[in-house]
Write a protein that binds this ligand. Structure first.
Ligand SMILES: Cc1cc2nc3c(=O)[nH]c(=O)nc-3n(C[C@H](O)[C@H](O)[C@H](O)COP(=O)(O)OP(=O)(O)OC[C@H]3O[C@@H](n4cnc5c(N)ncnc54)[C@H](O)[C@@H]3O)c2cc1C
Length: 306
């Protein structure tokens, strides 16, 4: 219930104005977002890579409605990739891209041209791109774009969301050799017709999907902070004899950093998803919806008079 309310608020421009202008919002944002600029993103990446973690960078922004915004997002990724390569941070750092930030909502061809340019730049920089997955209305078109991109850039990664009823079948489709798939639970508000609603059902689906990917021939990327899912991932890695070059764990910047360090210390590949930029509102609201404890932390910051 609370999750639905927060996710509904994540699409409200009125709530956005309220949150953005609250005095201590910046302090909360700083916990989950690496900073506003490309330099901030590079600094955070350097720190994580020095600590033995891999990174995927997300320039925040989604649901873009103007072509010039979409082009600006593309250009930011091109700049970022050049800087990562110049700083010697590729291939440890790759990028995550939302098609809706590149124009998918109003011009699919423009979004495709933009993401293709990013894939070409990533390829030239010696690294990869993963296509973030957004709400279910664009799952099909995102997977179609992925299939087209993979013809020229086979390492382009997909994201599949365990809460969607269709995802087991998508996992089977995408578990072949060379296929990089990030498995997450899913962060959007989805109707019962397409998505499991209870945490228990979502967890069970996550485990079924994890089993398909870990027993397949592709490269699974297990994106979760859930101790039970992580333990099952470790178990299946042993069972299917997958070393650190054959799968990875992924977690979000600022969430369970000690667990990220523990897994990396045990020899697993761990990739931190690092968001940066000033369009942090939708991202922050999804993080709040996932965890009531974050909401308490946020509420305290909003009402604090210090
Ligand atoms: C790298 C990465 C990329 C992602 N990309 C996408 C995407 O493209 N599309 C999409 O829809 N979603 C994406 N997500 C979000 C994802 O779908 C989930 O909404 C999010 O990860 C929360 O699910 P969870 O598996 O971490 O477990 P949850 O069900 O949220 O939490 C389960 C348990 O994990 C532990 N836990 C969770 N959060 C914390 C915390 N802050 N501190 C301490 N313990 C915690 C707790 O024990 C909790 O009970 C991504 C997530 C990650 C990690």
């Amino acid at each position: 219930m609370l999750r639905s309310v927060i996710l509904a608020a994540s699409r409200s421009s009125q709530v956005e104005r309220l949150v953005a202008t609250a005095p201590y919002t910046r302090d909360v944002v700083r916990r989950f977002v690496a900073g506003a600029s490309t330099d901030d993103a590079l600094r955070a990446t350097r720190g994580l890579v020095d600590d033995g973690l891999a990174v995927t960078l997300d320039h925040l922004g989604e649901d873009t409605v103007r072509p010039e915004q979409a082009t600006a997002t593309r250009d930011e990724y091109l700049k970022l990739l050049k800087m990562l390569s110049g700083a010697g941070l590729t291939p440890a750092a790759e990028v995550s891209v939302k098609l809706s930030a590149l124009g998918q909502m109003f011009d699919e061809q423009l979004a495709y041209d933009n993401v293709r340019a990013i894939c070409a730049a990533a390829d030239a920089a010696g690294t990869t791109v993963t296509l973030d997955m957004e709400d279910h209305t664009i799952t099909d078109s995102t997977l179609e774009v992925l299939a087209k991109l993979r013809k020229d850039f086979p390492s382009t990664g997909a994201v599949l969301q365990a809460y969607l009823r269709r995802t087991e079948s998508d996992c089977r489709e995408l578990s072949s050799a060379g296929s990089r798939v990030r498995l997450c639970k899913g962060a959007y508000r989805e109707p019962e017709s397409v998505a499991y609603q209870s945490a228990r059902e979502v967890d069970k689906s996550y485990v079924r999907c994890l089993n398909i990917l870990m027993s397949g021939d592709g490269y699974p990327m297990l994106a979760t902070h859930d101790p039970r899912m992580i333990a099952i991932g470790e178990d299946r890695a042993r069972w299917f004899d997958r070393g650190p070059e054959r799968f990875e764990f992924q977690m979000l910047y600022g969430i369970r950093p000690e667990e990220q360090a523990r897994l990396a210390g045990e020899g697993y590949t761990v990739r931190t998803y690092v968001p940066y930029g000033d369009q942090w509102y939708g991202y922050l609201m999804r993080r709040l919806a996932e965890r009531p404890a974050n909401l308490v932390f946020f509420g305290r910051a909003l009402v604090s008079k210090k």
